[in-house]
Design a protein around this ligand. Structure first.
Ligand code: QZP
Length: 402
């Protein structure tokens, strides 16, 4: 039994290991223990701090001055240990550099640029869904959740069709290495030698289709907003951030509806709720569950003194189910008010791709609402064990056409 105890200075400590198999296979009881232990908890297993209550998570994300990203957003501290890849100019960077790169990405991902993608996304969703519906019973991960983002997103970025399965291996590296050097970390990195040269090559300007989002980043470099070398790294951010996250969000979406059939019927009765439903999915089954910040100076949280250059585990997954913030948080309810959920983060690092993610999921859910009368599970879903992502790897369902 893991213990959560108070130190003699009144600070809560816990032996919980957020990267253990037990935690990752069912995080929610552990989230509760972390939230209940106190507003900030020392994780003795790793010598890091943890916040899991909404009341601490949200303001922390809005204070980049004290809770920096330049030390990396995984458990390893880039100030003390070199990372396996050059740091991201967005995710793992603080202002003023971050302000510059973020404004380039904001412009590339502007509403008019994204609007152009909607119809194509919808058509790809319909094509994949119609094929799946012919099967009747199928694995919703293999038929929908995985192939759809893997098609539409790299298309939008401007990648050629070949070799895209490497993006999955790459995403696995990016996200599993935010955890400690455990079995998941090692398994992900075993593919590095094969994958990294490919990723680097695909970020080059010459590899990107004219008119694509990737080319837009290089145009910003032509305009002098970033260097051409930085543009390549910003394209890498697309490939790092935009594949696994949406695949798993979509898998979680289908799982939520398969397990809550009355919610699917509600959505069918009012298809204008597709957007709202996705926000509830992001709250209820947050795909990217937790990340770290590094203190840039000595500070305090809820009266607990924290030294400079300390790692803090920030559980957005736990904050999104904090009963102090949400009524009946364990209930999946597409009609609830989800404003304030931290599934896309918050503050200056809030997901820059959230609008494209929303369009992807919205187009698939819309195609489904039009075509699918009911969704039932025909077997037990298989959960992914992963250092930072919560997802399903197998989702056997039957979808009955309207
Ligand atoms: C991953 C990068 C959920 C986020 C941590 C996803 C993410 C965002 C950016 C990058 C990677 O810039 O490499």
């Amino acid at each position: 039994m893991l213990s959560t105890v108070e130190r003699n200075d009144g600070v809560a400590t816990s032996e919980i290991d957020p990267f253990s198999r037990a935690f990752l296979s069912d995080p929610y009881p552990f989230h509760e223990q972390l939230r209940e232990a106190g507003p900030i908890v020392r994780l003795t297993r790793y010598g890091v701090w943890a916040v899991a209550r909404y009341e601490q998570v949200h303001p922390l994300l809005n204070n980049w001055q004290t809770f920096g990203s330049g030390g990396g957003v995984g458990i390893s501290n880039f100030h003390k240990e070199k990372n396996w890849r050059p740091p991201s100019l967005l995710l793992e960077t603080d202002p003023p550099k971050h302000t510059q790169t973020r404004s380039v990405m904001n412009r590339v991902l502007s509403p008019p640029n994204l609007k152009k993608l909607r119809d194509g996304f919808y058509q790809d969703a319909v094509r994949l869904l119609d094929r799946a519906l012919e099967l009747g019973s199928f694995d919703a991960v293999a038929e929908l959740a995985q192939p759809y983002p893997l098609k539409v997103f790299p298309d939008a970025v401007g990648l050629a069709p070949d070799g895209r399965e490497r993006l999955l291996a790459y995403g696995d590296m990016v996200f599993n290495t935010m955890g400690p050097k455990n079995e998941f970390y090692d398994a992900a990195m075993s593919k590095a030698a094969e994958v990294m040269p490919w990723v680097t090559q695909r970020c080059e300007r010459s590899a990107l289709r004219p008119g694509s989002l990737g080319q837009e980043v290089y145009k910003a470099a032509d305009a002098g907003d970033v260097t051409h070398a930085e543009a390549a790294l910003l394209v890498r951010s697309f490939l790092s951030a935009g594949v696994d996250t949406t695949i798993y969000a979509l898998g979680n979406a289908i799982l939520c509806f398969a397990s809550n059939p009355e919610q699917w019927q509600r959505l069918r009765q009012d298809p204008t709720k597709v957007r709202a439903a996705f926000e509830e999915i992001m709250r209820f089954e947050t795909p990217f569950q937790a990340f770290f910040r590094t203190t840039t100076q000595a500070t305090e949280i809820a009266g607990v003194p924290i030294e400079a250059d300390e790692k803090i585990y920030v559980s957005v997954g736990a904050a999104n189910r904090d009963p102090r913030k949400w009524d009946d948080p364990e209930r999946f309810d597409i009609t609830r008010k989800t404003v304030g959920h931290v599934g896309f983060g918050a503050g200056i690092h809030a997901c820059v791709g959230q609008m494209i993610a929303r369009i992807e999921v919205e187009m698939m859910l819309t195609a489904m609402v039009e075509r699918v009368a009911s969704i039932e599970l025909t077997g037990t879903p298989e959960r992914l064990l992963h250092n930072t992502l919560r997802a399903t790897t197998k989702l056997p369902v039957r979808m009955t056409p309207v």
